[in-house]
Design a protein around this ligand. Structure first.
Ligand code: WTA
Length: 655
């Protein structure tokens, strides 16, 4: 985000009260109703969550203890209860909604499929039985590497049904990234597809999966392959099997495996500032509870909604608001396989019109990208079915918020800017659309039962309006991460150490305005947010230095109009620096290399070659200096300690 936009945010005075027709029907219809909820949570925090857990989840064995903090920072919620997440999503809908559409799917090429709750339940049961026939048991890890098709959700639900722990790896990640995640999780089974369609191309998932398994992954026993494209692929008879062949002989009944509340439902890998991506471990009951209540509070979900969250199931948003939350609330969820600009930039709006989408949830980067194509594109479509719009993943600039509100929402739809993280499992700070007036660019206020705060270096509350600080969560909440898979020490260090175990450290900085509204300012660590995707600068640096021609690399973010943040890499080569610091073919080679190491989303936008990197006497790379250079800003840092001040000119691209 540029300084101009930060400045305009600081002076944002526009306030959008809940539209009267919306509020009239909303589940939480007024500020007073919301205040009552908050008051209840403040009076009896545990009782507040316990009542919700009893009313919103179906238990096989009811719990008697709500929260156990005796082993903090490991918190256990509803510990002695037992349930099954897939039962809560599917079985309990059958009585009322057997013939209601659970998933409406549209492929990039326009193929449409609808699965009712009855059909979804049946297929999930067949696959669950299939997984059992392969020897997959409670607690086993299953990696899912699939296109955005209903079978991805079916695979997740089938794992949940038998108590297996899934770990979805985004289909845009490379073979190398897939391998790292499989190995870290120690997965026994990989579920993939012969390919998927995205951006007018075929994503070669099976090919990448083969490559990952050729280079490691000794714990994988079988690879289950969904036929999506029908293109020819390599096949290893003793290891690979077709999805259809596995499920066709299976029974459509599969009793759910009852698990403890704390049983891990899934791992999801995400980037941190150091080291390899970390496997965020989520629970069963607590996770599902927040998924459900946020569907109700923030999305105000109703039985006749067509709910469309555009996130891929490879990200947490696709877990909570595609695979679990909508189903657990009996909603109809729209799923789209492809890119927003195929065949043209009207695709999203065309789909909203054709499927009569009522709730649309997407990332600011998509809004900004589509905004560039002008208003007449959405203007061609009937968007009158929409009643609520949402955003997630990165700060939304007021200009994009206003466009979304005006051009897509025709000033009739509340816009909910939802702040949360892979770690939090569900929305934490977000407007309740019938009760909280919104301001463009602010995620407004913490949800009931969520105690967010902004503190200084010592952990003291910052009460002064508009003064930035660390965003923290002060009390445990049901859908919080439980640990980092295989690295509990890193869990303690990353999230709890800074404030001595008192607060959860989110890793974002934020400020609160005079009305108590939260404004997220960005990450405090070396994590980039590129098009709403989290990437560690170190991951990109490690990928670069793995190239034979690269001696050293430093990666920083710079503001980008569409992606939010773009990746700027400073690279020192082995051997001579190219004349003028420019070598287009090597730049392209390095970009392709990073795509292969991590995935296309990690490709540096700019690469600049220099003889050296700016370092302090102790050898630390001066990242702030590089950030200023990448942004084209004046350098305010002290550069007198630089070994070679001449490299400044090289870093700036001046020689
Ligand atoms: C950022 C995505 C501003 C933030 C659900 C957070 C946001 C990181 C918002 C988590 C928002 C997410 N406004 N920033 N509404 N939502 N972020 O784990 O920096 O992929 O820490 O989870 O995205 O990204 P993650």
């Amino acid at each position: 985000m540029s300084h101009d936009s930060i400045d305009s945010i600081l002076h944002e005075e526009r306030l959008f009260p809940p539209a009267a027709p919306f509020a009239a029907k909303a589940r939480i219809p007024s500020a007073a109703a919301l205040a009552a909820l908050r008051e209840k949570a403040a009076r009896d925090y545990e009782g507040f969550w316990a009542d919700l857990a009893r009313s919103e989840l179906s238990w096989q064995k009811p719990f008697s203890r709500t929260l156990d903090s005796s082993d903090a920072p490991h918190f256990r919620w509803f510990e002695d209860g037992q349930l099954n997440v897939s039962f809560n999503c599917l079985d309990r809908q059958l009585a009322k909604r057997r013939d209601k559409a659970a998933i409406i799917f549209e492929g990039e090429k326009g193929d449409i499929r609808e699965l009712t709750y009855g059909e979804l339940h049946e297929t999930v049961c067949r696959l669950a039985n299939g997984l059992k026939s392969l020897g997959i048991r409670r607690g086993d890890r299953v990696v899912i590497y699939m296109p955005m098709v209903p079978e991805a959700v079916i695979a997740m639900q089938a794992c949940a049904r038998i108590g297996a722990v899934h770990s979805v790896v985004f289909g845009g990640f490379s073979a190398e990234s897939l391998k790292d995640r499989i190995e870290d999780a120690g997965a026994r089974l990989l579920i993939t597809a012969d390919g998927g369609y995205r951006g007018g191309k075929v994503v070669e998932l099976k090919q990448a999966a083969d490559k990952a398994l050729d280079h490691g992954c000794p714990t994988i026993e079988k690879m289950l392959v969904l036929k999506r494209t029908g293109h020819s692929i390599n096949w290893r008879k003793e290891r690979d099997l077709w999805w259809d062949d596995l499920i066709k002989q299976q029974s459509a009944d599969c009793a759910p495996e009852w698990v403890d509340s704390e049983h891990p439902l899934f791992l999801l890998y995400t980037s941190g500032s150091t080291g390899k991506p970390k496997g965020i471990q989520h629970s069963s009951a607590g996770y599902l509870l927040n998924a459900i209540v946020t569907m109700q509070w923030v999305f105000d979900i109703r039985d006749d909604d067509i709910f469309w969250c555009t996130a891929d199931v490879g990200w947490v948003t696709g877990h909570t608001y595609v695979a679990y939350g909508p189903l657990a609330t009996g909603a109809t969820v729209l799923m789209y396989e492809g890119a927003p600009t195929v065949p043209d930039p009207g695709r999203f709006w065309d789909m909203c019109q054709r499927h009569k989408t009522t709730i649309f949830y997407t990332a600011p980067t998509a809004i900004r990208a589509l905004m560039k194509f002008g208003e007449d594109i959405p203007g061609r479509y009937d968007l009158s079915s929409l009643r609520l719009l949402g955003t997630v993943g990165e700060p939304i600039n007021p200009e994009a918020w206003m466009w979304y509100h005006r051009v897509i929402g025709r000033e009739n739809c509340p816009v909910v800017d939802t702040w949360w993280q892979t770690e939090t499992g569900a929305h934490m700070i977000a407007p309740i659309p019938g009760a909280v007036p919104t301001k463009p660019g602010s995620c407004t206020q913490p949800l009931p039962g969520i105690e967010a705060g902004i503190v200084d270096e010592k952990g003291n509350d910052i009460n002064e309006p508009d003064k930035g600080g660390y965003l923290v969560i002060k009390k445990p909440w049901p859908s919080m991460l439980r640990t980092i898979w295989g690295d509990d020490e890193r869990y303690r260090q990353t999230y709890w150490k800074k404030f001595g175990g008192r607060f959860y450290l989110a890793g974002d900085s934020a400020r609160r305005d005079k009305d108590g509204y939260f404004w997220i300012m960005g990450r405090i660590d070396d994590v980039l947010n590129v098009s709403g995707h989290r990437l560690g600068t170190m991951e990109v640096e490690s990928a670069l230095v793995a190239h034979p021609r690269v001696a050293e690399a430093a990666v920083v973010g710079r503001p980008d109009d569409i992606k939010g943040e773009a990746i700027f890499a400073f690279v020192v080569l082995r051997g001579a620096r190219p004349p003028g610091g420019v070598d287009e073919s090597l730049t392209n080679e390095l970009r392709a290399w990073v795509a292969e190491q991590i995935g296309p989303i990690a490709k540096p936008d700019d690469i600049r070659f220099s003889d050296n990197l700016p370092k302090t006497r102790s050898g630390k790379i001066m990242r702030r200096l590089l950030r200023s250079i990448a942004r084209g800003e004046a350098i305010t840092q002290d550069t007198s300690t630089l070994e070679n001040e001449g490299i400044l000119r090289q870093l700036r691209g001046e020689e």
